[in-house]
Design a protein around this ligand. Sequence first.
Ligand code: ADP
Ligand code: MG
Length: 310
Amino acid sequence: VSTLSDEFALIDWLRRRSGAKRHGRVNLSIGDDTAAIAFPEPSEALLTVDVLLDGVHFSRAKATAREIGRKALAVNLSDIAAMAGRPLAAVVGVALDRTLGSSYAQELLEGLERLADQYDVALVGGDTNIWNGPFVVSVTLLGEATERGAVRRSGARPGDWIMVTGSLGGSLAGKHLHFEPRVREALRLHEQVDLHAMIDISDGLAADLHHILDESHVGATVDAEAIPISESARTATGGQSALEHALEDGEDFELLFTVDPQDGARLLQGNPLHVSVTRIGQITEEMARHLRHASGQHSPLIPTGWRHTF
Ligand code: ADP
Ligand code: MG
């Protein structure tokens, strides 16, 4: 890759790459002061942003530029998935560490673009900054709700089954970079059942379930034995049990949702997804949050998980 001199050379390079691509909803892409996206039918726009920091969301020592670019979009796709929405268009902001050179930026954008293509998302703009500070990347993603509306965190009802896709824990071993955002799965579920509440697991199962419970003003009993524990949670080191990893590790990016028991049973009988769906517990009217163990004993379900602290 030849070395580019400045931000405009990088933007030109990106624009030439994406110039031939056409997206039905994009009226104006890279090159003007804003992008323009068509909203032909009355629909609800979904808008989300994530900022990724070296040493927190990735480590430049352990991830390639392509992987980081991919993840920067993937985490936003996961948020649109959590609303059971369709992603449309993204803008990316970068603060590039000058010492990394232009090829690093190109690889980052290639990684991002590749995932964007896979999900029919148009990369329609961004902001390029080059400085002597640390490398930061942020993606903002625009999507839209389907005809059935966006699925919120606030709709869980007493008696609902609590369900989760995939398996949980130990994502730091690699899944946090390579996970597949559950966009298609969420849309499929939204077609097939009445999703009462949904969230993507970014902070950890225990913490993210609490977000649903708090927003819905309900409680829950989770069956410890039923939680699908990933292979990397079982092999993770550091003194925590596999169950603790599954409950507390962040960045699984699986879907956590609640449905009424009839819908839940239908999903278990004929899973319409390519990924597993597991019932892990039930929503209760009583506000308490319990973990029920194999012995029959209960312990409090504590929302331990990742959080940024001042
Ligand atoms: P402005 O000064 O009006 O904000 P810029 O000079 O920053 O515009 O950017 C020029 C065009 O290039 C804009 O359309 C912007 O969205 C796009 N752009 C800038 N950086 C990126 C990037 N990293 N990825 C994609 N598009 C970008
Ligand atoms: Mg401008």
